[in-house]
Design a protein around this ligand. Structure first.
Ligand code: ADP
Ligand code: MG
Length: 262
């Protein structure tokens, strides 16, 4: 394999008409937890419909970086701009950005005392003021999409991990986000359930969703990502198209990491 074997993921439009205006732009961003400098000079531009996979060792700052994008964590230096809006302490801006950015976590974070349908309609009805009937129609549309509509009246505890994670994806989609962030969405799942969740994500990619996915599923990265980022000790150490990233990693730390997980 050589870096010139450039790889075109299936169904991946490389140029989008909006490609000039990034949907996410991170410029010289730093974050500290107290004295601990967790993110160091992060720079990242994500264009609409672009799909980024982030990998790296445990503790390298992957979760913290994507949590900064919807202000679940606050950065202290540099800029984060989402769809033209800069993330500052302005609560209105934070709210707007959270409307545009959906997030799926490792642990599905569904409300256990609400049915699947109620989990999906809660945000749209109470945050977006969508009438119940419309919220339920939207919820059923997305439950169909993740192929789980027949479970709408059940409670999360009655579903498998893979099913719960598909519900979590559908719940995010009900808020009509422009970008989806995934933080190790399959790493808490039993192996036989990983594929059903990845398939849902692959379908989202085909439909043109902009995505940042923290994952160690390197098959997914190869076939879906436009770019793969490798993080280590709070920095983006390496960034490349999948074929070059896997075929010809530039940094020793990337090589070591890949040799451990592949
Ligand atoms: P990753 O997702 O790559 O495993 P994280 O972003 O979760 O890494 O964590 C990066 C580093 O920041 C780790 O050393 C972790 O212990 C530390 N960290 C994460 N969250 C907090 C927090 N709320 N307070 C203090 N340290 C934290
Ligand atoms: Mg993490």
């Amino acid at each position: 394999m050589s870096p010139s074997d450039t790889h075109s993921p299936a169904d991946a439009p490389k140029e989008s008409p909006e490609a000039q205006q990034p949907i996410i732009e991170i410029i010289g961003m730093h974050k500290w937890f107290g004295e601990f400098h967790v993110l160091k000079d992060i720079n990242l531009k994500v264009n609409p419909t672009e799909r980024i996979v982030v990998c790296g060792p445990s503790g390298s700052g992957k979760s913290t970086m994507i949590r900064c994008i919807n202000r679940l964590e606050e950065h202290q230096r540099g800029k984060i701009i989402v769809d033209g809006i800069e993330l500052t302490n302005n609560l209105k801006n934070i709210e707007k950005i959270r409307e545009e950015v959906g997030m799926v976590f490792q642990h599905f974070n569904l409300f256990p005392h609400l049915t699947i349908l109620e989990n999906l309609t809660l945000g749209p009805m109470w945050v977006r003021k969508v009438p119940r009937k419309e919220a339920e129609e939207t919820a059923m549309f997305f439950l169909e999409k993740v192929r789980i509509a027949e479970q709408a009246r059940k409670y999360p505890g009655q579903l498998s991990g893979g099913q719960q994670q598909r519900v979590a994806v559908a719940r995010s989609l009900c808020m009509k986000p422009k970008v989806m962030l995934f933080d190790e969405p399959t790493s808490a799942l039993d192996p036989e359930m990983v594929k059903e969740v990845l398939d849902v994500m692959i379908n989202l990619a085909r439909e043109g969703m902009t995505m940042i996915v923290v994952t160690h599923e390197m098959g997914f990265a190869r076939s879906v990502a436009h770019r793969v980022l490798f993080m280590d000790e709070g920095r983006i150490v390496e960034e490349n198209e999948p074929e070059a990233f896997f075929g010809n990693p530039q940094h020793e730390r990337t090589r070591l990491f890949l040799s451990q997980i592949l």
